[in-house]
Design a protein around this ligand. Structure first.
Ligand code: C5P
Length: 197
């Protein structure tokens, strides 16, 4: 079965948590596409050359840091970097057995034919608070970084972060993690049911 779940949205909205839960529930393969951009940014040097990723690049221990997130959002605005990472993501999305990918442009650019598209969001304050609980430091500074990264990701010329017109919007500001997961799982069950009808 070819079945793709595209989960897009800003940093710390809960995409990764929902994507992992969906993958476990349905036995789908999962790709956190942010890690690809983080790996390119963390390598440094010429970003286009750095976009030829190796398994070692993806195994670095520092990819989850705030600095790697910042570097990722800079290299992610370069069209040649995005182009170099596209084919891998598209093949992953359409593999046999089902796949869930989380990122910024999965439902709009990488896999517009995805069977289910979710746009997971939350207020900047809520997302900054979640990030701050993970990384510590000055919460106001984390909020400023979240806002700046949202701006860069949504205003870039190539593959900006935007909800696909046919995406289901999930605002997790006021939802618990189990509630958000349940809504995502239900949307996927319904779509799988339609395919069988
Ligand atoms: O999701 P994560 O915080 O790991 O993403 C890091 C950065 O990588 C994002 O801020 C964004 O600029 C970029 N990104 C992207 N397209 C994706 C995934 C991530 O541009 N599909």
């Amino acid at each position: 079965m070819i079945f793709t779940v595209a989960i897009d949205g800003p940093a710390a909205a809960g995409k990764g948590t929902i994507a992992r839960a969906v993958a476990a529930e349905f036995g789908f393969a999962h790709l956190d596409t942010g890690l690809l951009y983080r790996a390119v940014g963390a390598k440094g040097g010429d970003p286009v050359a750095a976009a030829k990723l190796t398994p070692e690049d993806l195994a670095r221990g520092d990819l989850r840091s705030l600095a790697a997130g910042e570097a990722a959002s800079r290299v992610a605005a370069i069209p040649e970097v995005r182009a170099a990472l596209t084919r891998f993501q598209q093949d992953f999305a359409r593999q046999e057995g089902g796949a869930v990918l989380d990122g910024r442009d999965i439902g709009t650019v990488i896999c517009p034919e995805a069977e289910v598209k979710l746009f997971v969001t939350a207020s900047a304050q809520v997302r900054a608070h979640r990030r701050w609980l993970e990384v510590g430091g000055d919460e106001a500074e984390v909020l400023a970084q979240v806002i700046e990264r949202d701006r860069r990701d949504s205003e870039r010329g190539v593959a900006p972060m935007v909800a696909a017109p046919d995406a289901l919007l999930l605002d997790t500001s006021e939802l618990s993690i189990p509630q958000a997961i349940e809504m995502a799982v239900e949307a996927i069950r319904q779509r799988i049911g339609q395919g069988r009808a």
